[in-house]
Write a protein that binds this ligand. Structure first.
Ligand SMILES: [Zn+2]
Length: 414
């Protein structure tokens, strides 16, 4: 679940074609949601209760595959683990993707049982991305029930590796496979209908590892200590100035090392996430981290009394990199989204974020990320919740955007 920063609210009062909403089959697809909201909620809860940490999405993937197959799609699982359900269009050489990520940030063993309190559902992952997955299968089902044949081929994709160190690997593999035919990607991530993410925030994840000889806390006191060096370097780094514009952030997110309180550690790790609206700032922060860690290691070596049994070694690795990019204001995909907003009487604002849409956007392929309706909160926490009130509007909005860009074939052409 991305944290978003918002830009200007876009006007939804433009004179856009609403023929789509007048098409009888499209109306039938939209009408499918209301009587099936309980089914959608139940499927969301069922999928959420199948653990799916990044790199361990297989069991949840199999469940989504069965659901998409039941909607008449030809479904396969690719080498990366992505579930891909295909609805062939009249023009099979042009492909539109509707995707939702399968993975969660919660490690194996996390209690993911869904509790219900009134209309709310509570469980880790229930909103991010139980909501997106439930919408993916519901929209596939609605299109199937309405017997819609699209102009462009639609791929319904439940992809792996969106969160954390998954590093968008599922979307990278998908875009690589379909790149020549891919016209647009619509990513469903989390709840809400208040935003459309069209600007991909560039980010890097960096890991620092410092190694030393290690020893006993009392008898070997004075040897260089990797944790000391890491702390010295970290204190330098967190004093790095970042600009408010272009907005740039860093986070020391994970720190590990040592084996016991009375041992001088032989290893220390630090993971840092840096984000910016500017690639130059990212590069600057990465080199600042390198400089600070080099200085931290040097300080620790200089202050150690006993260097006889070895010195500190350190390295910095880029463990993740998300490219930046931006959807053109006049793109057909954004036009389709705005038309959908008009039809469902929704207002949404343009946002900038780091999502699966980064991958196509960085390659110049039209892409957006949107919420799938309803309301949610506490993403990436054990208190995560989802309230499906208002979900139907989000489903219609996503459906209309999808059909707006894939287009519906006239009935007589089939
Ligand atoms: Zn998410």
């Amino acid at each position: 679940m991305p944290v978003r920063s918002s830009l200007a609210r876009h006007a939804t009062r433009s004179a856009l074609p609403t023929q789509l909403a007048e098409n009888a089959q499209v109306r039938a697809a939209m009408a499918w949601f209301a009587p099936n909201l309980k089914w959608i909620n139940d499927e969301q809860a069922r999928l959420t209760e199948i653990p799916a940490p990044s790199f361990q999405e297989g069991q949840r993937a199999a469940a989504v595959k069965a659901l998409l197959s039941a909607s008449g799609l030809h479904v396969q699982i690719d080498a990366a683990g992505n579930v891909i359900g295909e609805l062939p269009g009249l023009h099979e050489k042009e492909v539109v993707v509707l995707s939702a990520h399968l993975d969660t940030v919660f490690p194996a063993g996390t209690d993911v049982k869904v509790r219900r309190e009134g209309s709310r559902m509570l469980a880790p992952g229930i909103s991010d991305n139980g909501t997106g997955l439930a919408a993916l299968v519901a929209i596939a089902r609605a299109i199937h029930e309405a017997q819609i044949k699209p102009q462009r081929t639609i791929l319904f994709v439940a992809n792996v590796g969106e969160e954390g160190e998954g590093n968008l690997r599922g979307m990278r593999a998908l875009v690589e496979s379909y790149r020549d035919r891919l016209k647009a990607v619509i990513v469903l991530d989390g709840a809400g209908t208040d935003h459309v993410t069209t600007i991909a925030l560039a980010s890097r994840r960096l890991e620092v590892v410092i190694n030393g000889p290690g020893g006993h806390s009392w008898s070997d006191f004075g040897m260089p200590n990797p944790i000391n060096a890491l702390v010295r370097g970290s204190v330098r780094f967190i004093n790095t100035k970042v600009p408010a514009s272009p907005r740039t952030t860093f986070n020391l997110g994970q720190i590990e090392g040592g084996t016991s309180v009375n041992s001088i550690p032989y290893e220390a790790h630090l993971k840092v996430d840096v984000r910016s609206e500017s690639e130059d700032e990212l590069a600057r922060l990465e080199s600042a981290l390198r400089d600070c860690m080099a200085a931290g290691v040097r300080d620790e070596m200089e202050s150690s009394r006993d260097r006889s049994r070895g010195k500190l070694e350190w390295k910095l690795e880029v463990i993740g990199s998300r490219p930046g990019g931006e959807l053109a204001a006049d793109s057909p995909l954004l036009t389709a989204l705005r038309a959908a907003d008009v039809i469902v009487e929704n207002e949404s604002r343009i946002e900038r974020s780091s999502t699966d849409a980064n991958v196509p956007l960085a390659l110049g392929i039209d892409a957006i990320s949107i919420g799938a309706g309803g309301d949610g909160g506490g993403a990436h926490s054990l208190q995560e919740w989802y309230d499906p009130a208002g979900r139907e509007m989000g489903l219609k909005r996503a459906l209309l955007t999808l059909l707006g860009i894939a287009d519906v074939a006239p009935e007589k052409t089939r």
